[in-house]
Design a protein around this ligand. Structure first.
Ligand code: GLU
Length: 422
């Protein structure tokens, strides 16, 4: 089993069967509602024309408008986007946001395009999908390879067709209706989830050894929050390599270095190690915060952590997940661990619609409360159903999506009975 969507489907069906929602509802819930593919042809800086393929896959809208990021990456393909769109449906449901799930992306290496080429590509993509997104329909956000600037171009391009519409995307710059605390939100949420699971095991972050794969938006902010709470980040990697320091890397110095140089390459506050050995480093907590499908049957036996907190979407294949369960490693799944980003996206959308700005303190306090509540609910299902946190998170999400689906008119006797008993 290797494709991204096979993994997501496996986790979904495992939980759905456990709950007995019935095969009819299972089938309806996993299939995406709409898959759009657009050809984005732009003029490059050298005046040649080049075409890129973009996708927007809308998985489910039973609980509200669809929500999910836009990824610019050479791995983007329909299977990956499909899987990520479904994960968004379950992520928004776990943290109980009034949203469904979607995902999009363009198959491109953004590092190879100039700023103006990226701008033309983003606008061309929006020309292709503007009529299927919108503040009450589908609300994109940043993901790998996109950022606040990309969202600003989207607001501008979308607003040309539909009038001023900042709520069409989240993760915008503050000047265009972005929210305080959005950029740091996924990392902050991950730190909250980490503290919650540690507390359950009578542990705290002070002095704990952490290994982080990835120093992009999620990994770098997670590193900062975990470090500030007293953890030792003993190893960390990015696309250019990995560094190790037994006594813990100085994350403030590393952040200053990457802000100046663009990557961890050349940082002298640790020993360079082979990134392939990252997962086998002795530590308490492992945070995969880069690509999907990185923890596999080939390396799961080597993982030397007691906890895995999934900052990335879909980092663990089902085979690896099974090995971790057998080895007693606690996994906090992506749809809970990295939900902080979409939670603050929701706060941003609420602020846009109300035309009212929240303070950063309010954003942080509300994020803390949503993440803690979601963790508490997932944990309580894991306890009562005697299952792992991933299955419990899927069960919580599926019950919410299934109830909404059933209430909106897609009857399912089995499911309504389960709902009525609660
Ligand atoms: N791309 C982020 C994720 O995977 C955020 C999505 C959003 O804010 O809509 O959760």
């Amino acid at each position: 089993m290797s494709s991204a969507s096979e993994g997501t489907q496996h986790y979904f069906h495992r939980a759905a069967r456990e709950m007995g929602i019935g095969s009819r509802l299972e089938k309806v819930m996993i299939a995406p509602k709409r898959e759009v593919r657009v050809e984005c042809t732009i003029e490059m800086d050298n005046h040649e024309l080049e075409s890129f393929v973009g996708y927007r896959i809308q998985h489910d809208n039973s609980r509200g408008p669809m929500k999910g990021g836009l990824r610019f990456h050479p791995h983007v393909d329909p299977d990956e986007v499909n899987s990520l769109a479904a994960l968004m449906t379950f992520k928004t449901a776990v943290v109980n946001l009034p949203y469904g799930g979607a995902k999009g992306g363009i198959n491109v290496d953004p590092a190879k395009l100039s700023h103006s080429e990226l701008q033309r590509l983003t606008r061309s993509f929006i020309d292709g999908i503007h009529d299927i997104i919108g503040p009450q329909m589908d609300i994109p956000a940043p993901d790998m390879g996109t950022n606040a600037q990309t969202m600003a171009w989207i607001v501008d391009q979308y607003s040309k067709y539909h009038g001023w519409s900042p709520a069409v995307v989240t993760g915008k710059p503050l000047e265009l209706g972005g929210s305080a605390g959005r950029e740091a939100a996924t990392g902050r949420g991950l730190a909250i989830a980490t503290e919650a699971v540690l507390l359950d095991h009578s542990l705290d972050l002070d002095g704990l050894r952490i290994v982080i794969q990835g120093f992009g938006n999620v990994g770098s902010w997670a590193a900062r929050f975990l470090y500030d709470r007293g953890a030792k980040i003993v190893a960390i990697s990015d696309a250019t390599g990995a560094i190790y320091r037994k006594t813990g890397v100085d994350i403030n110095a590393l952040t200053a270095h990457t802000q100046a140089k663009g990557s961890i390459s050349g940082f002298d506050g640790g020993d360079r190690i082979n990134p392939e050995n990252l997962f086998s480093i002795e530590c308490d907590v492992l945070v995969p915060a880069a690509l999907g499908n990185v923890l596999t049957k080939d390396n799961a036996a080597d993982v030397a952590a007691k906890f895995i907190i999934e900052g990335a979407n879909g980092p663990t294949t089902p085979e690896a997940d099974e090995i971790f369960a057998k080895r007693g490693i606690t996994v906090v799944p992506d749809i809970l661990a990295n939900a902080g980003g979409v939670v603050v996206s929701y706060f941003e959308w609420v602020q846009n619609i109300q035309q009212f700005r929240w303070t950063e303190e309010r954003v942080i306090a509300e994020l803390q409360s949503v993440m803690s509540e979601a963790y508490r609910e997932v944990k309580s299902i894991a306890k009562s159903s005697r299952c792992d946190l991933r299955t419990a998170a899927f069960e919580l999400a599926i019950s919410r999506v299934a109830r909404a689906t059933a209430l909106r008119g897609l009857e399912n006797e089995n499911f309504c009975l389960i709902g009525a008993q609660k």
